[in-house]
Design a protein around this ligand. Structure first.
Ligand code: NAP
Length: 253
């Protein structure tokens, strides 16, 4: 019988993992990728896909049982701490195996001016003190931290246009989905005369180009520290996750 794998997604890594597992092990497993449902036009994903919250850890535990899930792979964004905590609780109560796919940390360029801060409000305070033209690549949820900064022009990159204008004194909005390319990132930062990049220290290769680009144009990078991965089995990168699943699933019967 095939094993049922639930991938908690919303990331490029989750999509790459679903593709690799379906390409290599379709005879032995099925994948169901779960999206939060916040992006209106998500990229296509190999295997089955569902969308929307589960209703907390208890709802997820119910879902694991009703869908006869054998393994949950948490491939969510490193800053999506709530769903990862829910996944850990749900798998424990439903007795389902769980693997966390962590993104490898970035190796910062030698010549870069990078400052780590603990959270978004510290990032906003430092931006207000030192930036004139700041590139915000922090998603949508925490933009409010920057709303009371009067003398900084913001360039905000999002995946999709927001329904309402942003609550920022002065800004340009640009749309884009990872992966991003170094030359294009350098051009963007030069065109907008960016002196400060504000980003989550998410790791992984899909968005690293902006870190190199900021170093190239001598912009400061303000990095919000990432939360530690949850307890339990952790693999770093998609290839290692595929290897882990290969060991877990064993040889064909
Ligand atoms: P979060 O704060 O950890 O989760 C909030 C709630 O959203 C969860 O309690 C859950 O609702 C629902 N949820 C989150 N991810 C889900 C998934 N993959 N499938 C089904 N429900 C999910 O998450 P977030 O930071 O808002 O991120 C939402 C999604 O966007 C995640 O899937 C993440 O991978 C992706 N993403 C996040 C970021 C980021 O910077 N945070 C960046 C890029 C992509 P219930 O409690 O009702 O189950």
């Amino acid at each position: 019988m095939k094993k049922n794998i639930l991938i908690l997604g919303g990331t490029l890594e989750a999509r790459r993992l679903a593709t690799a597992l379906n390409d290599q092990y379709a005879d032995r497993l099925t994948t169901l990728t779960s999206l939060a449902g916040v992006t209106r036009n998500p990229e296509p994903v190999a295997g089955d896909v569902r969308s929307g919250g589960f209703g907390g850890a208890d709802g997820l535990a119910q879902f694991l049982k009703s869908e006869a899930i054998d393994l949950l792979i948490d491939a969510t964004h490193p800053f999506a701490a709530q769903i990862s905590q829910n996944a850990a609780q749900a798998c424990e109560s439903a007795h389902v195996a769980r693997l966390y796919l962590a993104r490898p940390n970035w190796t910062l360029p030698d010549r870069s001016d990078c400052v780590f801060v603990p959270d978004m409000s510290e990032a906003a305070l430092l931006t207000a003190r030192t930036a004139r033209r700041a590139f915000l690549t922090i998603g949508r949820k925490e933009l409010g931290a920057f709303s009371d900064i009067p003398d900084v022009h913001f360039v905000v990159r999002m995946i999709e246009a927001p329904a309402q204008p942003l609550n920022l004194a002065s800004y340009d909005l640009i749309l884009g989905r990872p992966p991003f390319d170094l030359d294009a990132e350098v051009d963007l930062m030069r065109d907008y005369e960016i002196d400060t990049l504000v980003t989550k220290a998410s790791g992984g290769d899909a968005t690293f180009a902006k870190i190199e680009a900021a170093a190239t144009v001598d912009a400061r990078t303000i990095l919000i520290r990432r939360p530690a991965p949850p307890d339990g089995d952790v693999v770093w990168g998609v290839d290692n996750a595929v290897g882990w699943v290969s060991d877990w699933i064993g040889e064909p019967a």
